[in-house]
Design a protein around this ligand. Structure first.
Ligand SMILES: Cc1cc2nc3c(=O)[nH]c(=O)nc-3n(C[C@H](O)[C@H](O)[C@H](O)COP(=O)(O)O)c2cc1C
Length: 200
């Protein structure tokens, strides 16, 4: 499948075949593709919680406006991020680099994030946003539909998955075999409104 085909064909599907599950090999292939998504300074701050326990899915659904995707999708991925990934042994993010590159980058990483909670949080959302789109497009290429979701109680889901205090949830993505088409597109804004040339 061509990338543009996947972008145009991806829609937010809300009804999935509850009897279908992705194989472990498919999950590994999918997530192995997703972790090639870019992150600033290659800090790879995303953490992907793949919720496989049906009872936990039920609990999450209760705090997610009872949305059926949460339990019925083949796969539920909660995109989280480690706010302190930048300071957790950052040398490993550049272990293949030449020493002069490491000498330059490691202090730069610290200078960029240290003492800046807003920057840490923004970076978490940027990384998860990029990974989330990669996840949905790679799923599409594998023949699956998806639905990005932020319609849930973040604190409650955090408690259910034992989210560590220095991590945050960005959003979740349900993936599976769609059994009903997505709603017709809501209506895209004209390019003339959203595309700005040079300056606002
Ligand atoms: C961050 C985010 C959160 C969303 N949350 C939900 C959700 O909780 N439930 C849902 O059914 N759709 C959710 N959506 C899907 C949007 O409604 C959908 O992307 C939008 O209407 C455009 O439709 P399309 O994705 O089919 O092109 C969400 C989308 C995004 C990007």
């Amino acid at each position: 499948m061509k990338v543009v085909e996947a972008i145009c064909g991806r829609r937010s599907v809300k009804h999935f075949d509850p009897n279908h599950r992705l194989s472990q090999e498919e999950v590994t292939r999918l997530l192995s593709t997703v972790i090639l998504s870019p992150t600033a300074f290659n800090i790879q701050n995303w953490r992907f919680v793949v919720v496989q326990d049906p009872a936990l899915r039920q609990e999450i659904r209760k705090v997610a406006w009872n949305q059926a995707q949460v339990t019925d999708a083949s796969l539920l991925v909660i995109l989280c991020a480690d706010l302190r990934a930048w300071e957790k042994d950052p040398a490993r993010y550049w272990r293949n680099a030449e020493q002069p590159v490491r000498d330059f980058l490691l202090p730069a990483i610290k200078a960029y994030y240290d003492g800046k909670p807003d920057v840490q949080r923004d970076e978490a959302m940027r990384s998860c946003g990029l990974a989330g789109m990669a996840l949905m497009l790679a799923a599409k290429e594998m023949g699956y539909d998806s639905c990005p979701m932020d319609g849930f109680d973040y604190a409650a889901v955090g408690r259910l998955i034992n989210l560590p205090p220095d991590h945050i949830i960005s959003f979740m993505v349900a993936i599976g075999k769609g059994i009903k088409p997505a709603w017709p597109r809501g209506g895209q804004l004209p390019l003339t409104e959203v595309m700005i040339t040079d300056r606002f």
